[in-house]
Design a protein around this ligand. Structure first.
Ligand code: PYC
Length: 309
């Protein structure tokens, strides 16, 4: 056998996370941005083995638990998916904290976690909910118009919430479960147009529609590997809050309930990190559930040892 990977699976508001506790690639103990670079350039086979079929699926997000470089942090994490790596991941961070709780590593209270794009704080509340104080989030462009193939001209904002998003309201397209096929096709066309229109870094598309009672908004989020986020997307919601704050439509500490396309929700708020620059610190609150604890086997003569590509 080539190796064994100890992992815990969970889902946050429907979106799955696989946290690798042991058996991942050797990345040393440098800053997490350096370790991410090493993971990407020298050990990408581990990402494929952990996430893609036959052990995983396109919808799964992985997180490699690391020793932090920053002495102020209690843990570090590098997130990845079916096509590459993520700067931050809101639902994944909630999954990570629930995994640490499940393994007996943390109790209620706050911990700091290092990611390749900055430090985030997470609080495990006594009722089991977890809130994540995300990296600084901000909008870089408002009302950007793109011309899509098949879906006409679409207007939206470009914002950062730990990952890059194009955010758009499409009143003619319902954001409901039975529309996921159409939403995926539309989001793919929008992403192509946004990338070709001068924003190659945007790899997530967020489409907003009418929420159910009790929520402020409902979204559909297309992830980089063409799967949709089953949760309301923590980094996408952070990008949304940055746009609302910049437009003066949501006050600091005013709660915002963001629903995802499955109807699950995160409760969020923000404070200003820098009001002159319109940069915010978003907080996303949700809950994760453990679904499995596994030992993935890497067997040398398995033709799909390193995943199906
Ligand atoms: O919750 O931030 C998030 C996320 C990003 C991609 C999938 N989920």
């Amino acid at each position: 056998m080539t190796g064994e990977i100890h992992a815990v699976d969970s889902h946050t508001a429907g979106e799955p996370t696989r946290i690798v506790l042991a058996g991942g690639p050797p990345l040393g103990n440098g800053p997490l941005s350096e370790r991410l670079n090493l993971f990407r350039t020298k050990h990408d086979a581990y990402r494929r083995a952990i996430i893609t079929e036959p052990r995983g699926s396109d919808v799964l997000v992985g997180g490699l638990l690391c020793e932090p470089h920053d002495p102020e942090c209690q843990a570090g994490v590098i997130f990845f998916n079916n096509v590459g790596f993520l700067g931050m991941c809101g639902h994944g961070l909630i999954g990570l904290v629930e995994t640490l709780r499940d393994q007996g590593n943390i109790d209620t209270g706050q911990i700091k976690i290092e990611t390749p794009v900055g430090t985030v704080a997470a609080t495990l509340h006594s009722g089991g909910e977890i809130s994540v104080s995300n990296v600084e989030s901000y909008r870089v462009a408002k009302d950007v118009q793109v011309h899509t193939k098949g879906f006409g001209t679409v207007s939206g904002d470009i914002a950062y919430g730990g990952n890059w998003f194009f955010l758009t309201n499409t009143p003619q397209q319902k954001v409901t479960r039975d529309e996921i096929g159409n939403l995926t096709a539309m989001a793919c066309a929008i992403r192509k147009a946004v990338n070709e229109g001068g924003y190659p870094e945007v790899d997530h598309i967020e489409i907003f529609g009418n929420p159910d009672d009790g929520a402020d908004s409902r979204n559909f989020v297309l992830c980089p590997g063409l799967e949709y986020d089953r949760s309301p997307c923590g980094t996408g919601t952070s990008a949304k809050l940055a746009c609302l704050a910049a437009d003066g439509k949501l006050a600091p500490h005013q709660p915002w309930v963001q629903q995802g396309v499955l109807g699950t929700s995160f409760v969020c708020e923000y404070s200003w990190a820098d009001s002159a620059q319109q940069r915010i610190k978003p907080t996303i609150r949700g809950k994760a559930f453990i679904t499995a604890e596994t030992h993935l086997k890497l067997t040398a003569n398995d033709p799909f040892c390193w995943g199906i590509q």
